[in-house]
Design a protein around this ligand. Structure first.
Ligand code: C2E
Ligand code: MG
Ligand code: MG
Ligand code: MG
Length: 278
């Protein structure tokens, strides 16, 4: 399944490095050591208003700053970390750094988002943990948003809705990530206090091409529903001007994708000096 695929991918990666095969225990030890010295860090990708392409926020995406292999992406280590039970620790290391970076990144307004997996809803303390993190980073909680997937909502809908409401009361808004890939019907999302729907990249990819009709129909329906519920809509994975123009014409408010910027370390997005900030 997904777990062994993750392990396989890491091993393939390893083999290509010519430093011999490692077993999962070796990877686990390496992940633990990486946690100890803090090698997990957020990269930030801009979220933009389509009308003027201005940045309204940034999504924090975890990277493993590996001393010899370079910067690793989630697909290269999250599955194996999951298998070793280390994703929680990695997440919290990354959330902490994201909040710290978030202070500067949101100084002129806007927000940062973090990806929160279903596991973090198992306890009943997500709101207090996130508020504690924001407080120790001196980040205003209204500058922090979370992203959850449909799977999270469907797990234990009533309990999750309650926790999202507690977060909303603490001014931490929620975005529904990868919308359209799971089993949430359009009529189901109104049960949850959501601030934003992020339409999955698979619906954006066909825009501007031959097979755009179906995608346009789905996106149109999402925009109509979200509009009536006063929920913001963001299109993920925008890579071309044609996609940008199509979404703008349909009335989609926000976008994210390589067209506007790839994920980069926080410093990339900050003013280099006062003259640039002025
Ligand atoms: P996601 O939350 O849907 O994040 C968006 C992914 O799409 C990112 O991949 C981003 O680099 C990629 N992307 C953005 N724009 C484009 C584009 O125009 N074209 C293409 N082809 N891709 C684009 P990334 O950083 O590799 O992250 C993959 C997934 O890993 C995320 O999907 C999220 O589910 C998970 N993830 C990332 N950071 C964390 C974290 O801190 N904790 C947990 N638990 N999961 C995380
Ligand atoms: Mg996300
Ligand atoms: Mg996403
Ligand atoms: Mg996605």
């Amino acid at each position: 399944g997904a777990k062994s695929a993750g392990r396989r991918r890491f091993l393939q990666f390893d083999e290509s490095m010519q430093d011999g095969r490692r077993d999962v225990l070796g990877i686990e030890n390496e992940l633990r050591a990486a946690l100890q010295v803090g090698q997990f860090e957020p990269y930030f990708q801009p979220l933009v208003r389509l009308a003027d392409r201005q940045r309204v926020g940034y999504e924090a995406l975890v990277r493993w700053n590996h001393p010899t292999r370079g910067v690793l992406e989630p697909s290269q280590f999250l599955a194996v970390a999951e298998e070793c039970g280390l994703v929680d620790a990695i997440d919290w290391q990354m959330y902490r750094a994201a909040c710290t970076n978030g202070v500067e990144l949101t100084r002129d307004g806007g927000y940062i988002t973090i990806n929160v997996s279903p596991r973090h809803f198992q306890g009943n303390d997500l709101d207090s943990r996130l508020l504690g993190l924001a407080a120790s980073a001196k980040l205003d909680p209204s500058r922090l948003r979370i992203e959850v997937t449909e799977g999270t909502l469907l797990g234990d809908p009533e309990a999750v809705a309650k926790q999202l409401q507690k977060l909303a009361n603490a001014s931490i808004a929620t975005a529904l990530d990868d919308f359209g890939t799971g089993y949430c019907s359009l009529g189901y999302v109104h049960r949850f206090p959501l601030r934003m729907l992020k339409i999955d990249r698979s619906f954006i990819e066909p825009l501007g091409g031959r097979n755009k009709r179906r995608s346009e129909a789905v996106i149109g329906a999402v925009l109509a529903l979200a509009g009536s519920l006063d929920i913001e809509v963001l299109a993920e994975g925008i890579e071309t001007e044609a996609q940008h123009e199509a979404l703008l014409a349909m009335g989609c408010g926000y976008g994210q994708g390589f067209l506007y910027g790839r994920p980069r370390p926080a410093a990339h997005w900050l003013p280099l000096d006062q003259s640039r900030a002025a």
